[in-house]
Design a protein around this ligand. Structure first.
Ligand SMILES: Cc1ncc(C[n+]2csc(CCOP(=O)(O)OP(=O)(O)O)c2C)c(N)n1
Ligand SMILES: [Mg+2]
Length: 233
């Protein structure tokens, strides 16, 4: 099962955190979501992720060794040690992640639009955290996706936190009814959402409640960060 591989990877990384010089967000506790993505995603599909992306990358069929080396800042890492944990990108498997909160929501929507114009059978899947639903681009993208009936699936991993800020202190009403009111299909499982988007070539949204079983952010100390300016061999 892919979730076992993910948990082993993240726990090993946790043990080696003193060697990690890039800001790193572990996905421990989010692995069930990745398991379902893995079971439903196809090679032709696109998967967009965020700062917390290791589980998504492995779910898309990513290379564990290249991911490890990237996080360790090595030249033979996936992105030659320049992207680090937050910017993991693998064009060979249609996978992109970004450190900018909500940064790939618009890109995933544009990709879905391109897939529609190309009459492709692929879908665009965008993984976001609960805080990303507070970005304006999320709501703009929902309007565009609904109006143009785009093959776009939003998966929201709600761990109840944006760094240390609790969800109930940030949002006045639950997100699902708000998304539904934009004419978007709201599903209850990742499988249902991805299946809906694939079968109907139409947008969907799913919110999964998860518990993050590690710190929000891990990295070596900021003092150590000053020591490494270039990727290492
Ligand atoms: C545009 C922007 N603003 C702020 C940040 C700082 N930041 C990094 S992660 C994060 C919270 C993200 O919360 P959420 O989307 O719920 O994901 P989680 O970390 O809980 O998985 C914030 C505010 C950022 N990376 N980008
Ligand atoms: Mg969160």
């Amino acid at each position: 099962m892919i979730k076992d591989k993910i948990v082993n990877f993240e726990k090993k990384l946790q043990e080696h955190m003193k060697d990690v010089y890039c800001p790193t967000h572990l996905s421990l506790g989010h692995e069930e979501v990745a398991e379902e993505i893995h079971n439903n995603i196809k090679d032709i599909d696109w998967l967009f992720s965020n700062h917390r992306n290791h589980h998504h990358y492995l779910a898309k069929g990513g290379d564990e060794k290249k991911l490890w080396d990237e996080i360790m800042g090595k030249k033979n890492g996936l992105n030659k040690g320049f992207a680090g944990s937050q910017g993991v990108t693998d064009r060979n498997i249609n996978f992109h992640a970004s450190a900018i909160l909500g940064g790939l929501i618009g890109v995933s929507t544009g990709t879905a639009y391109a897939l529609k114009l190309d009459k492709s059978n692929a879908i665009s899947v965008c993984c976001i955290g609960d805080a990303a639903t507070e970005q304006g681009v999320f709501w703009e993208s929902l309007i565009f996706a609904a109006l143009n009936t785009l093959p776009l699936c939003f998966i929201c991993e709600n761990n109840g936190k944006s760094v240390d800020a609790l969800l109930e202190e940030r949002q006045s009403t639950p997100v699902q009814p708000r998304v539904q009111s934009f004419g978007i299909e709201v599903c209850q499982t990742v499988t249902d959402a991805m299946t809906f988007t694939r079968q109907n070539k139409a947008p969907s949204f799913v919110e999964i409640k998860v518990k993050l079983r590690c710190a929000h952010l891990n990295m070596a100390t900021m003092m150590d960060l000053c020591d490494q300016e270039e990727p290492i061999d």
